[in-house]
Structure formats: structure tokens, C-alpha cells
Design a protein around this ligand. Structure first.
Ligand code: FES
Length: 129
């Protein structure tokens, strides 16, 4: 079993593939993430919005926040905090760095704190009385 307490950096993209103001979807340890190149820096977070699972790689960057393309909740790139008025979990954000022109994400952090996943369970045997 791998030790997830130490960072395990994995290359996910070339820095050239992510110009300023761009978003890029990548996979780390089977989890879809979004890389964001904002004026405030480079960030990595879960790709699916914790509200209704919209793909945040189709969103936009605005003032250090990632704006969801579906219902326009926004998330702080630094810590994943959601904009006021939303009763949903914060976005999971992950350590990211650039080494020799390549963007790397800490895979161990992704495994330690996987994204919140909204699931719906249907009980088709239940009957109303
Ligand atoms: S799906 Fe993102 S705010 Fe609703």
C-alpha cells in the first residue's frame, strides 16, 4: 500500500499547454481535475462542480475564482471556498508545481482527499402509502 503522507508528484501537462487565463482538464489517479492558470498563479482542483457535477473546465476564471458554467457558483482557487449563498461542499484543491516546464500535481494529496461526489440512490422498491 502506497504511503500517501508524502507528496508524490506526477506530470500532467506541459506548462506551454496552459496559457494564462486557460483551464485544462487532466486525470490524476483516476480522478478528473482542472488545472487553472490564473493571474494569481497556477492551481489544481476537482473537475466536477460539487453542486450538480458540471464540468468546471468549461467555466471561467475571474478574480482568483473559478466560475461554474452551469449555475455560476464560484470557488476560490486558493482553498476551494464556495461563493456566498451556496450550501454545497467546497471544491477540493490540490498542490501543483512546475518543474522543467512541466506541470505536476501531488497524486498523494488527490488520493488522501478525493473530490466530494454527489450521488443519487434510487430505491425503486419503496412505495408510498
Ligand atoms: S452545477 Fe455548478 S453551480 Fe450548479
Amino acid at each position: 500500500m502506497p504511503d500517501n503522507s508524502e507528496p508524490r508528484w506526477v506530470r500532467v501537462a506541459a506548462l506551454d499547454a496552459l496559457p494564462l487565463h486557460a483551464l485544462l482538464q487532466v486525470a490524476v489517479a483516476g480522478t478528473q481535475l482542472v488545472l487553472a492558470h490564473a493571474p494569481e498563479g497556477l492551481f489544481a482542483c476537482q473537475a466536477m462542480c460539487p453542486h450538480e457535477m458540471a464540468n468546471l473546465s468549461h467555466g471561467r476564471l475571474e478574480g482568483g475564482r473559478l466560475v461554474c458554467p452551469r449555475h455560476l457558483a464560484s470557488f476560490a482557487l486558493a482553498d476551494g471556498a464556495v461563493s456566498a449563498g451556496w450550501m454545497i461542499p467546497k471544491l477540493q484543491v490540490y498542490p501543483v508545481r512546475v518543474v522543467d516546464g512541466a506541470i505536476e500535481v501531488d497524486e498523494a494529496a488527490v488520493l488522501r482527499a478525493p473530490p466530494f461526489r454527489k450521488t443519487t440512490t434510487w430505491d425503486l422498491t419503496a412505495r408510498r402509502t
